[in-house]
Each structure stands twice: as structure tokens, then as C-alpha cells.
Write a protein that binds this ligand. Structure first.
Ligand SMILES: [Fe+2]
Ligand SMILES: [Fe+2]
Length: 405
């Protein structure tokens, strides 16, 4: 290695340490994976990449980028695909997960015959993408456990031509991956904690399932992404907001913890009095975050409180008066942009999901009827801009629904 190479390498190492630091500010696992992939690709000029995580002795496809196929800024439905492969040495990712060693390949289509693994070309055949150079690194904890594998594909030079990954990129990316793995573990834990919290609410209300919560979180994050692009918000801001919106939206009904069993578990439609009591889950939810200081707390409060407000002002709890903990009078509904955007988005995500599922008091609606209703409620129940964003990414919405059943 010559002098120039050494200095660029140490510069990159410094960047990587800064990046690892920044990863720690992200909370949601999807946002963390997105950032890790993005930075690894920036370091190497790679066009595409994927992250697989180990779950039940298998490698689950968990996140992906491909600038050539899916673009740089838009929503990506492929991150919700349920693809998985066995953890063994027959595949490139399996080999890296099993050996715990990085693998640098110059051209996947000219691998020697005698290797234990081979390149699966079905993705290229299906999409028309041409995979050539590939760097695959294990995601290993400090204790040496493999939590997954990151694979980045097709390094490019300054002119955009696909080249081999330079040899030093193997150690650079491995080093970054070691630091990034901690953030991944933390992101998985945060998601699990929120699901566990909602499981507690679920024990109370059998209508709210873990899958419902995961879907509403993902719908909200993706609708926000599209809505924000439409508004001309820059992609860095979108990425940061998307991180918190997914988790906060998962917590929309956490206030149901304060509603009595006789109402939550009633196997029929609620009467007027019961329905009025039920409305208080919004206020109970908001109270859980009354000392909101972090961005996540603030957004969780906003969503819990406002996810049943309606664009035309006919929702609840409205501008309520709180004399004491016990004495609260509901007020006139909030209207239009008085309702925070996070809640306008979650409202649509929640209703869309509820209509498409079986509930104790109603059958599941067919898709065409659900979509028709959402369209007709644009400007009434829902913010028209949010409805537009929803329909623009309908493919992503369906991919989410298929993933979390
Ligand atoms: Fe609710
Ligand atoms: Fe819900």
C-alpha cells in the first residue's frame, strides 16, 4: 500500500467511527439497517446491497437497497419481502454466516467450481440486474455471535463503471460492521420492547394483535415517507422522522390499558355510554408520555392523543378540558392541520388495517370496498394529501400486509 492509500484509509476509518456514533442516535431497527447499508455503499460506491438477520437458525432477508432497480429516495417494497434461506455453506451469505469470515468476490459468474457455495442467479434473471462484484461480511457481536450478514454488490468507480471491491474495503467494511452490530442488537431490542408493551395491552384487548401493531407502524412509516417526498422534504430529514414515526405509531392504542375489560372484551358493538368511555383511551395513552422529552416520547404522545381525530373536525377527544385526573370533558374535534401529521397518517393506517381484518363485531371487508371507503373519506375522515400518498404506495402497503400476517 502506498502513502496515499494509507492516508485515505485512515481518513475513512475516522469517518467510520463518526458513523458508528451516529448510528446510536437511531432507534428503530429498520432505520438502523437502512443507515448501515447506505453508509457501507457510500464508502465503496456499491450500487446495491442487502442485510440478512439470523432467526431460528435461518437467514431472513431483512433490508435491501438497489439504486438501479428501486431508485435512491422512494419507498422500497422489497424490504417487506419474506424471503429466507437456510444457514448453511451452500450460499454466499450462508457461508459467511457460518464461517464468520468476510468474502470478497470479483465476479460471481466466474467462481471456481470447487467452492462449497455458489451464486444464486435467480434474482438477476427475474429483475434483469447484473450482479458482478460482491463483498459479504458477517455482523458479529463483541462476544462473537453472528446476528446476520451484510452483502454489498457492484462497487463502482467515479464514472459509474462496475469494478471489483478494492482489497482494503474488506477490512474497512468489516470494521464498520462490527460497530454497527451493536446498533442492530439495540434496534431489535427496542422493537421487541414495544411489541411486549403492546402485548400487555393486547392481553386486555384481543382485537389488538402484535401483527396489527407491526402493520400500522410500517404503514405509517411508509406513508410518511411518500407524503414527505411529495412535500419536498429532504431525504435526510425523512429518514430521521421515519425512524421515530414507526415506533410511535405502533404505540397508538397503548392507552387501552386504562379501559375496563367489560368494554374491551365485549363481543358486540359498544353502546353509546361504553363508546364514550372508550374514547378516553386517547387521553390515557397521552398521559403515559406526559413528561415527553425525547422525540420518540413527543411523537408517541401526539399519536396516542390524536389518532381518532378526523380531518373535518368530527373526531375525538378534541379540545378537551381536564379539571383533574378524573374529571375530563371532551371538546370540539380538532380540524385539518390542527391535527399533527403523525396522527393524520396513523389514523389512516389504523382504519385501513382494522377494516381489512376480522373483528368480533364484523366480518373482514374485501379490498375493493376498503379502498373505495378510504377514497370517499378523503377530506372527511382523512387528510387528502395523506390519502394521495397512501394510494401512491399501495404496492408497498400490500407487501407490508403480506409480511405481518
Ligand atoms: Fe385507538
Ligand atoms: Fe389500532
Amino acid at each position: 500500500m502506498n502513502k496515499d492509500n494509507v492516508s485515505t484509509q485512515s481518513l475513512k476509518l475516522e469517518n467510520i467511527l463518526d458513523l458508528a456514533e451516529e448510528l446510536n442516535s437511531l432507534k428503530d431497527i429498520d432505520a438502523i439497517l437502512d443507515r448501515i447499508l447506505l453508509e457501507s455503499r457510500l464508502i465503496t460506491g456499491a450500487v446495491a446491497g442487502s442485510i440478512f438477520l439470523v432467526e431460528n437458525e435461518r437467514l431472513k432477508f431483512r433490508y435491501t437497497h438497489n439504486d438501479e432497480l428501486y431508485g435512491k429516495e422512494g419507498n422500497n417494497k422489497y424490504i417487506y419481502s419474506s424471503f429466507e434461506i437456510p444457514l448453511n455453506r451452500n450460499s454466499v451469505v450462508g457461508y459467511v454466516a457460518d464461517t464468520g469470515k468476510p468474502l470478497l468476490i470479483d465476479d460471481v459468474y466466474s467462481l471456481p467450481e470447487n467452492l462449497p457455495f455458489h451464486h444464486n442467479s435467480s434474482f438477476d434473471e427475474k429483475t434483469g440486474f447484473h450482479t458482478k462484484s460482491m463483498l459479504t461480511v458477517p455482523l458479529k457481536t463483541l462476544q462473537g455471535n453472528i446476528v446476520g450478514v451484510m452483502q454489498i454488490i457492484n462497487a463502482t468507480d467515479a464514472t459509474g463503471k462496475v469494478i471489483s471491491f478494492p482489497p482494503e474495503s474488506e477490512s474497512l467494511i468489516s470494521f464498520f460492521a462490527r460497530n454497527a452490530t451493536m446498533a442492530i442488537e439495540r434496534g431489535i431490542m427496542t422493537r421487541e420492547m414495544i411489541l411486549r408493551m403492546m402485548l400487555m395491552a393486547e392481553l386486555r384487548d384481543p382485537k389488538e394483535t402484535g401483527a396489527h401493531v407491526q402493520r400500522v407502524g410500517a404503514y405509517s412509516a411508509e406513508i410518511y415517507h411518500r407524503w414527505a417526498l411529495n412535500k419536498g422534504i429532504n431525504i435526510q430529514t425523512i429518514r430521521r422522522q421515519k425512524d421515530v414515526i414507526r415506533l410511535a405509531s405502533m404505540l397508538h392504542d397503548v392507552g387501552k390499558i386504562g379501559i375496563s375489560d367489560s368494554i374491551l372484551k365485549k363481543p358486540a358493538k359498544l353502546d353509546d355510554n361504553e363508546y364514550n368511555i372508550m374514547k378516553f383511551h386517547t387521553i390515557f395513552g397521552a398521559r403515559l408520555f406526559h413528561n415527553a422529552s425525547s422525540e420518540l416520547d413527543i411523537l408517541s404522545r401526539e399519536i396516542a392523543l390524536n389518532h381518532h381525530e378526523k380531518w373535518n373536525g368530527t373526531g375525538y377527544p378534541g379540545k378537551f378540558k381536564e379539571e383533574s385526573d378524573e374529571s375530563v370533558t371532551l371538546g370540539e374535534g380538532k380540524k385539518g392541520e390542527e391535527i399533527p401529521i403523525s396522527a393524520r397518517i396513523t389514523a389512516l393506517a389504523d382504519v385501513f388495517d382494522a377494516l381489512g381484518s376480522v373483528r368480533s363485531y364484523k366480518e373482514k371487508w374485501p379490498d375493493s370496498k376498503v379502498l373505495e371507503l378510504i377514497k370517499s373519506e378523503s377530506g372527511k375522515h382523512f387528510d387528502p394529501e395523506v390519502v394521495d400518498a397512501f394510494f401512491q404506495i399501495l404496492e408497498v402497503i400490500i407487501a407490508i400486509r403480506d409480511k405481518y400476517q
